[in-house]
Design a protein around this ligand. Structure first.
Ligand code: SF4
Ligand code: SF4
Length: 320
């Protein structure tokens, strides 16, 4: 197969397997990530420790010397509805991720795409097996492939907004499938995302301190509150935080419409904070931990109780 035909075939198969869009870039297009990462650490020096994991993304060519191209596929989560009782409490990108339900159609489609690549004789690495860390800087790859842009809250956006699942695969063939992104930049005077960030983690456009981010502390941070933050700044978030995305005019969306996401209805009641507090470790590990897509490991299941209890205290303060 010629490289052009291969690129076209990969794109078509990705679409057939349910991805909304797909792009393919030369592996060298990931080199620019090193500058991005250095810039981020220079702007927010306290983030350096946390970004240590991301440093692996700056050595992709050494780590995968056989890799020639990167395939990035995107799925829009806005096609699903999201229960109102979970909004403002649980991050949509975790709880609507196909990886959280191994038997769901979307997850099976991902596996079908991977099997197809193997059948074509491609050597590949990627997909979900890397968990929350992945094997490449996915947002950077998606922008490099022309699938969307970055907005001032640092998220990857298409015309439909930022609620996307991104999957990346390194492959051992040279081929390219780039698109042209014509999305307008953020309005110069818009600060809605920054204003919505109660911990001030989003301190300036394109500048975020992950060590002050609610998403970090309600997951990997095990529910703790660092000395420079206060309980009330966590608002009602139990797992993750969507505040800087929800505030964005480019994310205006009615989450009561759309397809049901497999299995979400069945645990909506359990996800109410009072029920999280009363549930056993076994129940939480079986039904909720997989929904956090590797952001809370089973041995740290108590994180959910810590954040649920805080949410209840914050909601009492709010209504007082
Ligand atoms: S996810 Fe939440 S805490 Fe983190 S930057 Fe956005 S609004 Fe701020
Ligand atoms: S809220 Fe405004 S500044 Fe922030 S990402 Fe959206 S458009 Fe850009």
């Amino acid at each position: 197969m010629s490289t052009n035909n291969l690129a076209q075939s990969i794109y078509q198969k990705a679409i057939e397997c349910g991805y909304e869009n797909c792009g393919i870039i030369p592996i060298s297009d990931l080199d620019g990530y090193k500058d991005n990462l250095n810039e981020r650490m220079a702007k927010v020096p306290q983030s350096a420790q946390l970004y240590k994991n991301a440093e692996a993304f700056t050595h992709i060519r050494e780590r995968y010397p056989w890799a020639k191209s990167a395939v990035v596929c995107i799925t829009w989560y806005g096609k699903f509805c999201y229960p109102e009782s979970l909004q403002g409490r649980y991050a949509k990108s975790y709880f609507l991720s196909p990886e959280s339900v191994p038997n769901c159609t979307e997850h099976q489609d991902e596996l079908r795409f991977q099997e197809w690549m193997t059948e074509q004789g491609l050597r590949w690495e990627g997909g979900e097996k890397y968990g929350s860390t992945r094997n490449m800087p996915l947002r950077h790859a998606a922008v490099a492939a022309g699938l969307g842009t970055f907005r001032k809250n640092n998220f990857f956006y298409t015309e439909k907004g930022s609620y996307y699942g991104l999957e990346g695969y390194l492959i051992d063939e040279e081929c390219t499938y780039k698109q042209t992104c014509s999305i307008k930049a953020c309005a110069q005077n818009c600060t809605l995302c920054q204003d919505a960030c109660k911990t001030h983690a989003l301190s300036a456009p394109y500048t975020m301190n992950p060590m002050a981010c609610v998403s970090f502390w309600t997951t990997f941070g095990q529910g703790k509150i660092p000395p420079f933050l206060e309980e009330r700044q966590f608002e009602n978030w139990i797992c993750g935080c969507d505040a800087c995305q929800d505030a964005c005019p480019h994310n205006r969306h009615d989450w009561s419409n759309g397809e049901d996401f497999s299995g979400l209805d069945e645990i909506t009641e359990l996800l109410q904070p009072e029920n999280i507090l009363n549930a056993s470790d076994d129940v939480l590990c079986e039904k909720v931990i997989p929904k956090t897509v590797a952001h809370i490991p089973p041995e740290q299941v108590n994180t959910l109780r810590i954040t649920a209890a805080r949410m209840l205290r914050n909601s009492v303060t709010e209504s007082a």
